[in-house]
Design a protein around this ligand. Sequence first.
Ligand SMILES: NC(=O)C1=CN([C@@H]2O[C@H](COP(=O)(O)OP(=O)(O)OC[C@H]3O[C@@H](n4cnc5c(N)ncnc54)[C@H](OP(=O)(O)O)[C@@H]3O)[C@@H](O)[C@H]2O)C=CC1
Ligand SMILES: CC(=O)N[C@@H](CCC(=O)OP(=O)(O)O)C(=O)O
Length: 347
Amino acid sequence: MVIKASIIGATGYAGAELVRLLSAHPQVELVGLTTQSYAGKAFWEVYPHLYGYVDLVCEEQDLPALVARSDVIFTALPHGHAMAVAREVIDGGKALVDLGADFRLHDPVVYQDWYKVEHTAAELLPRAVYGLPEIHRDEIRSARLVANPGCYPTSVILALAPLLKEGLVETGTIIIDSKSGVSGAGRGLSLNTHYCEVNESIKAYGVAVHRHTPEIEQELSALAGKKVLVSFTPHLTPMIRGILSTIYARLTRLKSTEEILTLYREFYRQEKFVRVLPAGMLPATKMVAGSNHCDIGLVVDRRTGRVVIISAIDNLIKGAAGQAVQNMNIMFGLAEDTGLYGPGVYP
Ligand SMILES: NC(=O)C1=CN([C@@H]2O[C@H](COP(=O)(O)OP(=O)(O)OC[C@H]3O[C@@H](n4cnc5c(N)ncnc54)[C@H](OP(=O)(O)O)[C@@H]3O)[C@@H](O)[C@H]2O)C=CC1
Ligand SMILES: CC(=O)N[C@@H](CCC(=O)OP(=O)(O)O)C(=O)O
């Protein structure tokens, strides 16, 4: 089987990583790469590392033509833009994986509250599946519209799922401290992300108001079977790739580190992309850079009755493009790790 794939917003950081992964995917043919600013340029002129691997030319978005020649379309656009293309893709009988936030929240009112954008395709929300394969694999299999999760939520939900499913943490005491590389903010130029502003400095942002908060709470609440509230604080750090999330929660029953690690190993036993680390080993962003892994380590602090869980992902891979490919593989009945197998790069 050859899957014809197009990417709308291919020239952003998430889109370009998708181009790299799909160009090496044994069962995909890339047939369209759209851009806002680089129409007419060869893709390798925008991203020279792909010289010799991708010979497509960037094009302006011509949606009917793109839908006609694709089996699957990936949207890697700023939030608010995928809803304008989703209906035409779905009505055309093609699959859509959206890397942005437009179809992640089930409730359009919550979306409007946090994103300050009107949801103009709310009728499609019931058909959208939240594309975290380790939690929603069966629904993804039959979905035509998959909402690829946010990068921070991926690192947080995978880190907490086993404990919430077992009712082992108090659902009102969860504190999440996440640190991201600057590529998480996209390729566009901005004062907040230019070299002098971010290098040799770490800063918190979006405190108590970050738009990933409702997405994290939606998924954690579903796992717990009751409302979960979190305090989520993201930080911008002077690295290019990676997210490290450190999560604190009070245990409902005291367990040892080894007991909880056993629970995690069992929960993720079949998962190729979640690595539960042995006691005494903790994740680092370098361990997952360039791979589709989420690494998880944890320690029970018996003194405070809290568990501290640490997870690491590459924001552009498991946090975006890799997870999108994983979702496509599931939707098209391929082995889930096709085109994604293997560790990343080190150092
Ligand atoms: N970066 C990350 O780590 C992650 C990103 N995401 C999500 O993926 C999506 C893309 O993010 P990212 O790649 O970082 O963003 P970038 O800013 O790097 O790229 C955005 C892409 O969208 C195109 N674009 C921008 N505005 C418009 C518009 N008005 N109409 C059509 N095309 C437009 C750009 O074109 P051009 O290049 O020509 O200007 C570019 O191809 C976002 O929704 C983001 O939140 C999700 C998880 C992680
Ligand atoms: C460092 C940085 O700025 N990160 C981005 C989140 C990354 C992202 O891609 O957001 P979505 O997954 O929702 O699309 C931010 O905080 O807005």
